[in-house]
Design a protein around this ligand. Sequence first.
Ligand SMILES: NC(=O)c1ccc[n+]([C@@H]2O[C@H](COP(=O)([O-])OP(=O)(O)OC[C@H]3O[C@@H](n4cnc5c(N)ncnc54)[C@H](OP(=O)(O)O)[C@@H]3O)[C@@H](O)[C@H]2O)c1
Length: 241
Amino acid sequence: MEQKLALVTGASRGIGRAIAKELHQRGFIIGIHFNSSKELAESLLKELGNGFLIEADISSVEGCDKIFEEVKKTNLPLEVLVNNAGFVKDNPLFSATLEEFDKIIAINMRSVWYLTKRLIRFMIRNKRGRIINISSIIGSTGNPTQSVYGMTKAAIDNFTKTIAMELAEHGILVNSVAPGFIDTDMTKNLPEEHKKQILEKIPLKRMGTPEEVAQVVGFLATSATYITGTTIHVNGGMYNG
Ligand SMILES: NC(=O)c1ccc[n+]([C@@H]2O[C@H](COP(=O)([O-])OP(=O)(O)OC[C@H]3O[C@@H](n4cnc5c(N)ncnc54)[C@H](OP(=O)(O)O)[C@@H]3O)[C@@H](O)[C@H]2O)c1
């Protein structure tokens, strides 16, 4: 059977790690991208039993170029790209800084545009592929203290729509998955009172798990054949698009 590659950015922990496991179960060789969490990435590679690691800071063009080169080296057909890596820094507009702005934009938005732009040549060559961008409920609803984060995630959903139109003729389907309030490092440091307030707004009355997001990515990566250019919300009923 032909081996197919799925590249997952930010696969060391949280949602990306669960996505890597899900896609591995569905038969893909996983390109496990990470930045600072080397030990976690190595433990995932060990757990999966095959695949390969790519260490790169996607906030820089050089980091994204490195990912491109590592994928190229494998000579495996790139079937799935999951743009998952992300960063959040809560700060009200009044006190937010330009440095924070540049960092969030570079990680959550510029890298997605640039990495996708570089990697689609492999999918175009194969006349098939799936691109799944992890956006956020905040890109649709907004959220106090997350003006920049929300902008980047709204941009990802829009990018998804546009490139789905551009790439359809090449057999490439592109979708976003927008998680709500998911139990990962990104949400673990929220003050208890704030968490309680968020939970009250979720009809299912609990946080989601990374695995519940990964299931949807797995479906889009392998089963869905007539869905492209859309955003699928995974949020326990908190927002329905
Ligand atoms: N958790 C939620 O409630 C939630 C809700 C909506 C959307 N999301 C989105 O889901 C995605 C995953 O979130 P998560 O909760 O799993 O986050 P997380 O646990 O904080 O993990 C973030 C991941 O992104 C990687 N990353 C961060 N900065 C990077 C950089 N400069 N270069 C390369 N990789 C970098 C990290 O790699 P290292 O650890 O190796 O540095 C890590 O693997 C993000 O796009 C996030 O915005 C999350």
